[in-house]
Design a binder for this molecule. Structure first.
Ligand code: ATP
Ligand code: MG
Length: 270
C-alpha cells in the first residue's frame, strides 16, 4: 500500500500523517498509519469500534504522543500542543462539547478567536494592535457566525440551558472563529437528529471554501451515511491499521471494508 494517498506534485498536503504508531501497554492502538488530508478537502476516518479512530484524532490534537511517526501541516513538522492548537492553525470540536457554561453563547464563540493563527492566516485583524476596535470586530465576526449557525436567539444564553444540537452548533461556530487551516471533528453527528445532520452536511461541505484559506477537514465519524456524503476521501481503520483508503465510491465497493464492518458493532444509523 502506498505510504500516503493523493500526493499532489510539489504541493504539500494540509495534513500529513506518516507512520504513526501508538501502543497502550501491549495493545497496538495504531500501527504505521499514514495518509494525507489535501488542502481544501474533507477526509473521513472510519472503522469499527476500537479501530483507533479517536486515538488518531487525539494524536493530531496532541493529547496522545505516538511512539513513532510524524505529522506535517502544510509541509512543516507539526508537534501539536492541545492548548496551542488554534495558534498552530488547527481547530477541533470534541465528543464532549467543551463550551464554558459560565459564559454566554456569544462569549463562547468570541473566545474561539483567542490564540488563533498568527498573521498570514486568518484575517488582517491580527496585524492590528489590541484595542477596543479589535474587540468590536471580533464580536461582529462572532455575530456573523451566530447568524450562520442560527444561534442569534440564544446569543445571551448559557450553553447549559440549551438543547444538545444547539450546543453542538455553538461548538462548531466557536471552532470556526479561529479561522483554522485544519478543522478536526470527532463524531460531530453523534446524538443529532436527521435535520441537524443535514445541517452538518451543509456546513462541512462548505468548509473548504469558507475562510479563503481552503480549510481542510479531518472527520472521525460513526455515521457512515454522513461520511459518504461529505468526504472527498476516506481512510478506513481496523485494529489500528489502515485497511483501505479512497473515494467514498471506492470504499463502498471494498471487500476488506465490508468484512471489517461485518459483525462489528457499528452504528450505521445514529
Ligand atoms: N487511554 C487508553 N489506554 C488504553 N487503551 C486505550 C486507550 N485509549 C484507547 N484504547 C484502546 O485502543 C483501541 C482503539 O481505541 P479508540 O478509542 O481509538 O477506537 P475508536 O475507533 O475511536 O472506537 P469507537 O468507535 O468505539 O469510538 C481500543 O482497543 C481501546 O480500548
Ligand atoms: Mg472513538
Amino acid at each position: 500500500m502506498n505510504a500516503v494517498m493523493q500526493r499532489t506534485d510539489g504541493v504539500p498536503p494540509r495534513l500529513r500523517v506518516e507512520g504513526v504508531t501508538v501502543r497502550f501497554g501491549g495493545l497496538m492502538a495504531l500501527e504505521d498509519v499514514s495518509f494525507d488530508v489535501p488542502a481544501g478537502q474533507v477526509v473521513g476516518v472510519i472503522g469499527p469500534n476500537g479501530a483507533g479512530k479517536t486515538t488518531l484524532f487525539n494524536v493530531v490534537c496532541g493529547f496522545v504522543r505516538p511512539a513513532t511517526g510524524t505529522l506535517e501541516l502544510d509541509g512543516e513538522r507539526l508537534r501539536p500542543v492541545p492548548h496551542r492548537l488554534a495558534a498552530q492553525g488547527v481547530a477541533r470540536t470534541l465528543q464532549g462539547l467543551g463550551l464554558f457554561d459560565g459564559q454566554t453563547v456569544l462569549e463562547n464563540v468570541v473566545t474561539g478567536a483567542t490564540n488563533r493563527a498568527r498573521a498570514g492566516y486568518g484575517s488582517a485583524l491580527l496585524a492590528l494592535p489590541r484595542a477596543d476596535r479589535d474587540e468590536r470586530e471580533l464580536r461582529d465576526r462572532a455575530r456573523e457566525l451566530l447568524t450562520e449557525f442560527r444561534l442569534n436567539d440564544v446569543a445571551d444564553a448559557s450553553p447549559a440551558t440549551l438543547p444538545y444540537a444547539v450546543r453542538k452548533r455553538a461548538a462548531l461556530a466557536r471552532a470556526l472563529m479561529a479561522e483554522p487551516r485544519l478543522l478536526l471533528l470527532d463524531e460531530p453527528a453523534g446524538g443529532l437528529g436527521q435535520d441537524d445532520i443535514d445541517d452538518l452536511v451543509r456546513v462541512i461541505g462548505s468548509m473548504p471554501t469558507r475562510t479563503g484559506a481552503d480549510c481542510s477537514v479531518m472527520l472521525v465519524e460513526h455515521h457512515v451515511d454522513l461520511v459518504m456524503q461529505v468526504c472527498d476521501a476516506l481512510v478506513v481503520l481496523d485494529f489500528g491499521r489502515v485497511i483501505a483508503r479512497g473515494t467514498p465510491d471506492e470504499i463502498r465497493k471494498d471487500e476488506r471494508v465490508a468484512e471489517a464492518y461485518l459483525g462489528a458493532d457499528v452504528e450505521v444509523e445514529s
